[in-house]
Design a protein. Sequence first.
Length: 322
Amino acid sequence: MKVRCTYCGAEFEVPNTVRTTTCPYCGLTLTIKSPEEVQPAEVDHYYFPVAPKDPFLSLMEFVSREYGAPEDIEAASTLEKRELHYIPVYFFHVRGCMRVANFEGNSAHATEVLFYPIVALRKGRLVEVLRGYPFAVRGRRFFDVSVKKKGVYHEPEFDRAYAQRIVEAALMSALRDEARACVPDYTIEESVKSVEFRGLVHYPIWRLVYRYRWRRYEAFVDGADGRIILAEYPQTLTARAACFGLAFLLLATGLPLSIAIGLLIKAPLATITGAIASVAGAVPPLKRALHVKARGSEVMELEKGQPKPFEALTKYIRVRKL
């Protein structure tokens, strides 16, 4: 049968026997009495079931494909610790709109629509690893108390109201920043925000510790879909030497070239800018060359650093001049 979401208005098909479903477009959980009687479900606590695939197997498959990993990484690695953590995450559906203008007559309209998760822990290694992580949205189930016995269960360390205030403040800050980039010295003509709570979800995260030869390495795997969130792995001496060579090449060619261009066009600023760019380009491979351990992820760009809380909001914002 076809039902219509009471929040976003989207229509979608569900089996005739289903009485509770989640809108695939906005994530709202709905109770279905009939196609004409659809209303938001009162339940707001969920969990994600654990994927059946062995997380250590997923980890080994991933690191064996990473640049610089030893060829015998799978055969020579042994799992020492395997912990399943159920992390509390508040999910919100966020909408924002801001119209701005300045005295020169320029105006802009910034809008924002996205799902935003807030890990309900204040500090710790898991908070650091999951900062900016794009959690799965679909596939959650109504909470089952048996989950508390299946791993390390974490209670929320702050309530939903506190999380919502943070999201609202971050949304408005992101809208203002994007509007400012388009229209300097603006004044706000109109501002609308909507932050809808989509439930508390206990999300499964695997923490793995494995040994390769005489060193230990740590990894975190998404328990719901098997994605590698963060993985440490050994890198060979050959790979480290190649990274060092790349860093040296960037410096050896970039610095003289920037000096030559600066002298040629008689622009000291060009020399300084080129030199800074050369050094900046050489830093990542040089840092990697100096460490025995490398890091990889299937979902985040680690070389640029993990985003700060709510920084991910800005990349979804669309600004258009009026």
